[in-house]
Ligand binder design. Structure first.
Ligand SMILES: *Cc1c(COP(=O)(O)O)cnc(C)c1O
Length: 410
């Protein structure tokens, strides 16, 4: 064990505006120094129940023994070699991802944004190598989130995030998700449709299975590629290994990240043989992508998530959580307008007069971590291996937090 980071600020210390960090985040005023399962510990020893999982990342909670062992074992062997040489860890993880999904080919990167950009690039290059360089535009959806690089921002077309960043990258047709008729936006330059099966940042909005099926059918009809961004929904989060399985269809390309690394930075592009045909030698690359440390952890995450019965357990716990949230909605009907989500990616849509940030603050005061999303939704994403008791504890804390909030009189 290393020494506890006693220098780290505890809850209550005035630390959220460090003068040496860029002011990009509205950080909560608490710093964690240790984690164990679904619980995080601040420097002052106070413990917090983690219903955010580092934004859908810590699928197995904190300091899971199998992940710790895989990482420390790899750390004694080899950290990095670059992609100039073969990588047994990449070959094994890719083989396992292909065996459990639609995919035939995998490219490893370090983050969700990179996976999304790589997916867009793969779709454009597919058409390019197949004689249609004019097909480069991608249909995306209002309220989407694909990450923070300039192209990922252009894809999601959120004006708030694009502000001040110059002219947004061309090549995206952003349409409302609730109006699949808008898919008439498909034209001779369209290469792909890209969508999150559940829009996480966008307010935990579940895209109806029929809409995903319609997109699949339109892609087949028009020779387009269907890209799913499962960066947040993947690796068991919704009770299936990947969320699109609920709709009974498969994409041609999929971006994953967050959960697959269980807390270690790791992303990947998955594709069918056909959709990967443009990813030829030299067409793409990453220095760190598929690094041996990341591969050791990614493989260890799959060891646990693919264990027989694991995903069934997630679904069972999700049903339990959903039931408790429904009871909370009934009890606080003036505050909570809707319970949304799939599996352990849940959201409470709050009354528009109650800022969702107030709810997250009130929950923090109850030592419960929740996360905001757009559309005045509070996101609830516990670790996938959370215990029943901790679900009961967490929902009790949500109720206590809500009881501290009031809807302002109009
Ligand atoms: C978080 C997220 C991303 C971006 O991932 P980063 O690892 O932050 O780059 C992209 N798409 C979705 C759906 C996400 O939830």
């Amino acid at each position: 064990m290393t020494e506890p980071l006693t220098a780290a600020p505890a809850a209550g210390a005035n630390s959220q505006n460090s003068p040496v960090l860029m002011s990009t985040y509205a950080r909560q005023d608490v710093a964690f120094v240790r984690g164990e399962g679904a619980w995080l510990f601040a420097a002052d020893g106070e413990r917090y129940l983690d219903f955010g999982s580092g934004v859908a990342v810590n699928v197995l909670g904190h300091a899971h023994p199998h992940l710790v062992e895989a990482l420390t074992e790899q750390a004694t062997q080899l950290w990095h070699t670059s992609n100039l040489y073969r990588s047994p860890g990449q070959e094994r993880l890719a083989q396992r991802l292909c065996a459990t999904t639609f995919a035939d080919r995998v490219f490893f990167c370090n983050s969700g944004t990179e996976a999304c950009e790589g997916a867009i690039k793969a779709a454009r290059r597919y058409h390019y190598v197949n004689g249609h360089p004019e097909r480069w535009r991608v249909i995306t959806f209002e309220g989407a989130f694909h990450g923070r690089t300039l192209t990922a921002l252009a894809a999601a077309a959120n004006p708030k995030y694009l502000e001040g960043c110059g002219i947004a990258a061309d090549g995206f047709d952003n349409i409302p998700v609730s109006e699949p008729e808008a898919l008439a936006a498909i034209g001779p330059e369209t290469a792909a449709i890209m969508v999150e099966p559940v829009m996480g940042e966008g307010g935990v909005r579940v895209v109806p299975a029929e809409d995903l099926q319609l997109m699949r059918a339109l892609c087949d009809e028009h020779g387009l590629l269907l890209i799913f961004d499962e960066v947040q929904t993947g690796v068991g989060r919704t009770g299936r290994l990947f969320a699109h399985e609920h709709a009974g269809i498969e994409p041609d390309i999929m971006a994953i990240a967050k959960g697959i690394g269980g807390g270690f930075p790791l992303g990947a592009i998955l594709a069918t043989e056909k959709a990967a045909s443009g990813m030829t030698a030299g067409s793409h690359g990453s220095t760190f992508g598929g690094n041996p440390l990341a591969m050791a952890v990614g493989n260890a995450v799959l060891d646990v998530v693919l264990e027989p019965g694991f995903l069934e357990e997630v679904s069972r716990k999700a049903a339990r959580l959903r039931q408790s949230l429904a009871e909370i909605k009934d009890r606080f009907s003036d505050l909570v307008l809707e319970v949304r989500g799939e599996g352990l990616l849940m959201g409470l849509k709050l009354n528009p007069d109650v800022p969702v940030a107030d709810c997250v603050k009130a929950a923090l005061a109850e030592h419960l971590l929740l996360i905001t999303a757009s559309d005045n939704v509070v996101r609830i994403l516990p670790p996938l291996n959370i215990s029943e008791d901790d679900i009961v504890e967490g929902t009790a804390r949500i109720a206590r937090a809500l009881s501290k909030l009031t809807v302002p009189a109009r």
